[in-house]
Design a protein around this ligand. Structure first.
Ligand code: TRP
Length: 335
């Protein structure tokens, strides 16, 4: 059956380093499913990375390559979706500028993510124009492609709300150009970090998509289990155990057996971890192998991004033409 890809989906990630399993199950896994049913555009939000990381830009280029490599290894398919770089499609900047003219400062100042980040980030000065305008740039990313749905995490919902407000204001002022995009919240499997806290790079408790089988095994062996369990025969409490939380995701079919063995003191933590490590290495093997294949072809990632840039540009150029026309700033085109 041929799928009619009528609805457009747009989403982006900032290039901040190797993706971990939390990112994979939280977002990428859904992107990979969506590419079969929608017209999907996925991009590296490198300009967004500058809003907080403008001072030290030394990692950005490498992070862009590694992010796209992660996407492709995990299963984004350039024949099914467009993969591109935000800064290679200059129309993002043009639409951002035009939308900034009609975005009231109060909308930006009251954005909860702006207030939270200002309070949290103490080691960098982010009291800049670019950081305040983050949601306006994000609105441009979405509206430029007239996206119908935007797969994002809950933390991004205020930005989506703002995008709809900006779209309404534009349409009211100049004429109907932009459909109002809706968030696409998808059920995400939640994995803790190896120490039981939320998986996060800043805690140093991540397992990366690019980790080798040996690294995965080592990291599993350091996972925190039930602290009350000292000897193998002690009854365990799976609900407080990190290894068990991972088994739920990687061994869903055996989960009741694992629970019973743990609670009954029939399996030791070391053995339970070995079982997990083996399943993880097996499930992650296709991703790892695909990565090796990609890394063996030096131009592969670049070629895919160049192709995606072209696809994105051809849509973006049309939208900008329309925007200039309804705003009556199309003097050149009218000559
Ligand atoms: N702000 C998003 C994040 O941090 C990244 C992003 C930028 C984005 N532009 C976007 C996501 C447009 C969806 C659509 O996760």
């Amino acid at each position: 059956m041929k799928i009619l890809k009528n609805d457009t989906i747009v989403s982006g990630m900032r290039p901040t380093g190797a993706l971990h399993l939390g990112n994979y199950f939280g977002a990428l896994y859904n992107w990979i499913k969506l590419q079969n049913d929608y017209k999907c555009l996925f991009f590296v939000a490198d300009w967004h990375a500058l809003t907080t990381g403008y001072e030290d830009t030394s990692d950005i280029n490498n992070n862009i390559t590694s992010l796209v490599t992660d996407w492709l290894s995990a299963g984004l398919d350039p024949d099914k979706c467009s993969i591109f770089l935000q800064s290679s499609v200059k129309e993002h900047a043009e639409l951002h500028l035009l939308l900034s003219m009609i975005t009231p400062l109060s909308w930006l100042f009251r954005c909860p993510t702006y207030k939270d980040q200002l309070a949290q980030i103490k080691d960098k000065n982010i009291t800049n124009y670019g950081f305040l305008g983050y949601p306006c740039l994000m609105s441009s990313d979405i509206l430029l492609y007239k996206a119908k749905f935007v797969p994002v995490g809950e933390d991004q919902l205020p930005h989506l709300e703002l995008t709809r407000e900006i779209a309404r204001r534009f349409n009211y002022l100049y004429g109907e150009v932009f459909p109002e995009p809706a968030p696409k919240l998808t059920e995400a499997k939640v994995l803790p970090g190896t120490d039981g806290r939320k998986m996060s790079k800043s805690y140093g408790n991540t397992i990366s998509l690019s980790d080798s089988p040996e690294t995965v095994k080592n990291k599993v062996s350091t996972m925190i289990t039930d602290p009350a369990r000292i000897r193998k025969n002690d009854p365990g409490h799976p609900e407080v155990c990190t290894v068990y939380a991972f088994h739920k995701v990687f061994n869903p079919n055996d989960i009741s057996e694992i629970e019973e063995q743990c609670c009954g003191g029939k399996i030791g933590c070391v053995q339970c971890k070995k079982k997990l490590a083996n399943s993880m290495v097996e499930s992650l093997a296709p991703i790892y192998e695909k990565r090796q294949e990609i890394l063996s072809k030096p131009d592969y990632v670049n070629d895919i991004v160049q192709k995606g840039n072209k696809e994105a540009r051809s849509i973006a150029e049309k939208t900008i033409e329309e925007v200039r026309s309804v705003m009556k700033i199309d003097w050149n085109a009218s000559k």
